[in-house]
Design a protein around this ligand. Structure first.
Ligand SMILES: [Zn+2]
Length: 332
């Protein structure tokens, strides 16, 4: 058994407090490999931002949980070596069972999400409460994120055809009964790189899809019910059109790509939203650079020569997100 403090990690409690009062959101970036982790740490050290490293159950299967845990430990040491001991959280993204959450808590995660949002309300309450009781009773308190409302889209092992918005009248009861430290809500964000069907969108004069706006009215209602309580947005990639264009220019096909405009995320970050999950944008940035490198340098076969540019682009993008979207720069 490993406690996260042995790895140099922190839980989310103090960070969320600061984010709520400071009007910013913590970046929650997923990683499965070394280049992604390097980019995240470099960007967050450069911008002096705290960071939540997210591991999905898909990532655990892909990369091996022990390897990922030790990479997180390495990330703490890497940040130190780069000259800034930014707070680093290791968080399980979309835990789907008590057993998985328990396993993560016992092996060094400082935060877990239990996603019971697809269950009937009472079942979601019971499962989330069970995870909270376990995670909170550890010598080192592990923080827990719950979810109410369902996001549409596909993300690793999580998928749903239809979204339904979080019902503001449920949140107070849910938070009280379960003891969660933060709550993921559904107000119109969505997993994946095609967040809305074209028929749900309008188009600008260039034919670019404009998504329906986030439901800030629902967010406001929720804030009224649980003032100052940390809110989480999943599926909050903006799906930059420039990356989609590079990918398609060099042979990729990503029709009907559309994300959440960054201005709306910036607005959300200034409210009780204090954790914003961004994964698809990182996938797009890396894929764009790898496709470009392959096309422009057909004789290149050293993985460092295409992972390197992908990593550098990813770092640049995350630094921009911290500064201009989340507002987490200079908050470490
Ligand atoms: Zn998610």
């Amino acid at each position: 058994m490993t406690s996260y403090t042995e790895l140099g990690l922190v839980n989310t409690v103090a960070l969320f407090k600061k984010a709520v009062s400071g009007g910013f959101a913590l970046p929650a970036y997923n990683f499965n490999n070394m280049e992604q982790l390097q980019a995240i740490i470099q960007a967050c050290v450069e911008t002096k931002s705290p960071v939540i490293l997210q591991v999905s159950s898909g990532a655990r299967k892909y990369a091996n949980q022990n390897l990922l845990k030790n990479m997180a430990k390495g990330a703490v040491e890497y940040a130190h070596e780069l000259g800034c001991d930014i707070p680093i959280v290791l968080h399980l993204d979309h835990g789907d069972s008590f057993e998985l959450c328990k396993d993560c808590v016992e092996t060094g995660f400082s935060s877990v999400m239990i996603d019971g949002s697809h269950f009937p309300y009472e079942e979601n309450v019971a499962l989330t409460k069970k995870v909270c009781e376990f995670a909170h009773s550890r010598k080192d308190y592990v923080s827990v994120e719950g979810e109410l409302g369902v996001l549409a889209g596909v993300e690793d092992d999580v998928s749903s055809e239809k979204s339904h918005y979080t019902q503001p009248e449920e949140v107070e009861d849910f938070v009280k009964k379960t003891g969660v430290d933060s709550l993921a809500i559904s107000i119109g964000t969505s997993h994946g790189r095609a967040k809305f069907k074209p028929e749900q969108c309008t188009r600008d004069p260039n034919g670019i899809l404009i998504p329906p706006p986030l439901r800030f009215d629902i967010l406001e209602e929720i804030e009224k019910k649980i003032p100052g309580f940390p809110i989480v947005l999943h599926g909050a990639s903006s799906v930059p059109i420039e990356y989609v264009k590079i990918i398609e220019q060099f042979g990729g096909k990503l029709p009907d790509s559309v994300g959440i405009p960054e201005e709306q995320l910036r607005m959300a970050a200034k409210s009780a939203v204090c954790k914003i999950n961004i994964d698809s944008d990182g996938r797009l940035a890396m894929t764009a650079m790898i496709r470009k490198t392959f096309a422009e340098k057909p004789d290149e076969f050293d993985p460092r020569k295409y992972f390197g540019p992908a990593r550098d682009e990813l770092k640049k993008m995350y630094a921009e997100k911290n500064k201009n979207v989340l507002g987490s720069a200079e908050q470490a």
